[in-house]
Design a protein around this ligand. Sequence first.
Ligand SMILES: [Zn+2]
Length: 449
Amino acid sequence: MLLSHRIRLYPSPAQRDYFARAAGTSRRVWNWALAEWRRQLAAGEKPNAMALKKAFNCIKYSDPAWLDEGGQPWLRTIHRDAHAQPFAYLARAWTRYFEQCRAGQPAHAPRFKKKGRCRDSFYVANDKLHLEGNVVVLPKIGRVPLSEQLRWPGRIMGSSVSREADCWFIALQVEVPDDVARHCRTGDGIVGVDLGISSAATLSTGEKIAAPRALKAALRRLRIRSRRLSRKLEAAKTAFSIAGCIPKGTRLPVSKNRVCGARALARLHARIARVRADFSHKLTTRICRENQAVAIEDLNVRGMLANARLARSVADVGFYSFRRQLKYKAARYGTQIVLADRWYPSSKLCCACGVRNVTLALSERIWNCAACGTHHDRDVNAAINLERLAAGAPAAQMALPVASQAATPGTAADPGSAGGGKVTPVRYEHGQQDGSGQEKDAADLCARL
Ligand SMILES: [Zn+2]
């Protein structure tokens, strides 16, 4: 099983400088390769990553664009993995783009990377690094202390060094033997998880788990720091006598004060990301550890993020990473994930008698079943219906909408192929209310805000 461990690095100032240069090299090579790729594509040729890499190798020590002021090739000071790997990444990005286009999914072609806007990272191949306890030995710069030891035994398959605010991390991909990677579950429960905004997850046991809402908590501080940074930028523009947009290619003088401001803002963003990651990791681990089968809804996260009013709250809970983590952790704990169809009416079915409450309004947090009179909490009822789905209870399957136009093959009705169903690409369905039971969407969540 391929697992990845991301460990904080403690580089010296010289090593920090090398990391920044190596990441910059990686970015510049990507941009060069992408420009070539696009040019060849426009000329009607068939671009190919290997050929591009060969062409680059011919010019990288001689072309004036890749020489420093003294006429020396600066690329020699950076390890070759940092400028060879972008070609492989680019080929992968184009392949993925064409696959998504063919599948009719929304896709965008690979884009140029901009300094300060992209993720700073570079690749180190597995045969170029080795670990000595709490230290990693990297090419060109030598020993860099780590904050902890590598968690698993196994063969290192590759690694990448990346920056987050002003910290550097190394992510090591390790091929872990299956018997080591597998964990023992502490329970064999079956649970349905209803995701929402007011409480991030409602379990079918009735437990409601609130998300830390890291962004919401930090929003005031974020505004202050952003404003401070933007004022410093304005000051730099005034000193350079630029009004309005900065013309392309201009380099403003960078003051120490502005660098500090940018760093403070970046640290706050990094903190928000860490709080979210901590919450979703702990919750997904707990759910996988305690249950043998878990049912969640196939939420249309992309559609929700397209809604300007909702995007912030949805992003703050982190639905997408929640599902991604649940999937890979399920494999480690041997837990089965059942992905309910996007149109499965989990909120509208009465969990006691199975009658569907067609008139259930989006704002009703609690309701009474007209047929059997049971008092329901909306989220808990939905979670219980999802749990039925996980258990494969016939009551829940019988209650499935008969004519669900967009039913995805092999999800709700067939728990066996969990997560493998093809998702019908519907982009803005959150605006629809067609009584097909589809309601776990933007409008529903709006009501919860
Ligand atoms: Zn009922």
